[in-house]
Write a protein that binds this ligand. Structure first.
Ligand SMILES: *Cc1c(COP(=O)(O)O)cnc(C)c1O
Length: 465
């Protein structure tokens, strides 16, 4: 399968080149030239499959020809063996037709493990075959970093540098990154916010001359195609277990960079019967303003109780725009020429987006109330990101007959401060494998928000290694 850029001016690439490329050379994001699709019979036959077997069926058409079936099965097997629940992604009912899809059973307690455990195994496999060693560089507002580090810590052909905004991630999130003491893992605490971290990574990709000879940067942030692809699987898995394809199933997704919900959009295009996808945002509500009022104007970043969704402009939204504009790369390039400027969608594009997507925004105060309300009604404790998804679903749900699956993107123990505001007397223990997290030794480098300083640090670290 070939992959093309959303801006229409970069060469098309194979699957493995796409995965290792990150951004396209024209600044766009890679998408498959065409999508595989599954018939009603094929989807019906997915019922009862083990998560790994289902993952193989969904992913295989994207990589066929480049990975042999046994290679892909091995990658999937290794990626999902560290999940704590036998179902990998279990469903829990919290209301009438309302379900929570627990995507936090992986090693770092957030849904990003689904993509990054897979990506780490995939990278290592591809790099070993090529005899190449690369440098992974990424920015994190919290969960991506730890998931990427967990995904890459055992990879022989990768050094990984993760930038997080200094003092702006929760202590659990920071410790999950900084207590991994492997020689190929480097944490940088940048004196700035998440967007500063992201800009630093972008600038580094644009000019990689600071790296030692023979090395290149590889991206693991949510623009990486393999991450989106791995996330398509749990839409099928949960929908099929709730009766698809003989029943329509809808989803509500706590949204930041638009990667997770975009995977749901692709699942729908691949044949899964989904009528409604709810974009749930916190006070950083640019996507809600865009869908509800065609106002895509970047605003000052707000720090919320759901930090993994504190994002000013969602990078993967570009992939949706490409579709809404009939895959016209020039039109997308025009629209995004200045990402800090207000953007208005054409009437047709907006109409098409609204056929599938609804949106809602939930502030911190309401987030806390929802955690409390859901606990009082059914004894289930939501993390603040998931609470936003549940509330958004309750506000904009179109059908009471069709199940609504709310994606639970993190374990509540990861965000104890937010949960304590809602349930002050409740202690939420960390799972067994993380019980000693607060006693472990940390390693990180605090650096100013200056490109040259970051590059010096990286070059020295790589030179020494
Ligand atoms: C990353 C993340 C999100 C947002 O997902 P996107 O794919 O960036 O939209 C939501 N919740 C949690 C807990 C996350 O870590």
């Amino acid at each position: 399968m070939k992959f093309i850029s959303t801006r229409g001016r970069a060469p098309s690439l194979s699957f493995s080149d796409t995965v290792l490329a990150g951004l396209a050379s024209d600044g766009g994001l890679y998408v498959p030239e065409s999508l595989p699709s599954f018939s009603v019979e094929e989807i019906r036959a997915m019922s009862g499959l083990d998560y790994r077997e289902l993952a193989f069926r969904i992913i295989q058409p994207f990589v066929g020809g480049e990975l042999m079936d046994e290679e892909l099965r091995g990658i999937i097997e290794r990626a999902y063996r560290n999940f704590r629940h036998g179902a990998v992604a279990p469903l829990v009912q919290t209301g009438s037709g309302e379900w929570i899809l627990e995507l936090f059973q992986g090693p770092t307690l957030a849904f990003k493990d689904f993509a990054l455990q897979f990506l780490g195994q995939l990278f290592d496999h591809l790099l070993k075959k090529r005899g190449e060693r690369v440098v992974v560089m990424g920015a994190t507002s919290g969960d991506t970093g730890s998931a990427a580090i967990e995904g890459c810590r055992h990879c022989e052909n990768i050094d990984i540098f993760i930038l997080h905004p200094h003092n702006r991630v929760s202590e659990v999130q920071r410790r999950q990154m900084t207590t991994v003491l492997s020689d190929n893992v480097f944490n940088i605490a940048l004196e700035g916010n998440f967007d500063d971290c992201q800009n630093m990574v972008k600038a580094s990709f644009a000019d990689q001359s600071f790296l030692p000879d023979g090395r290149r940067l590889v991206a693991v942030n949510s623009i990486n195609w393999a991450r989106i692809m791995a996330q398509i699987v749990y839409y099928f898995y949960s929908a099929v277990s709730l009766g698809a394809p003989d029943r329509t199933v809808n989803f509500s997704v706590p949204t930041g960079n638009f990667g997770d919900i975009f995977a749901g959009y692709l699942a729908r295009k691949m044949g899964l019967p989904i009528d409604q996808l709810v974009i749930a945002t916190n006070a950083n509500d640019i996507l809600h303003r865009c869908i509800s009022g065609n106002d895509h104007t970047p605003k000052e970043l707000v720090h919320s109780l759901s930090p993994s969704m504190d994002i000013m402009v969602s990078s993967n939204f570009e992939r949706l725009l490409f579709d809404l504009y009939d895959r016209d790369g020039a039109a997308v390039a025009d629209l995004l020429a200045d990402r800090s400027a207000p953007m208005h969608l054409s009437e047709d594009a907006l109409k098409r987006a609204r056929e599938v997507f609804s949106s809602w925004t939930v502030d911190d105060q309401r987030t806390v109330s929802v955690i409390r309300e859901v606990y009082e009604s059914c004894g289930y404790i939501l993390d603040p990101h998931t609470a936003i998804g549940v509330e958004a679903a309750r506000q904009v749900r179109r059908s009471q007959e069709q199940p609504m699956v709310c994606l639970s993107t993190a374990h509540p123990a990861k965000f104890p401060d937010a949960v304590a505001r809602a349930l002050p007397t409740k202690q939420i223990p960390l799972p067994a494998h993380m019980q000693d997290l607060f006693q472990r030794e940390e390693r990180m480098k605090v650096l100013p928000n200056e490109l040259a300083k970051v590059h010096d640090f990286m070059a020295t670290a790589l030179g020494a290694g």
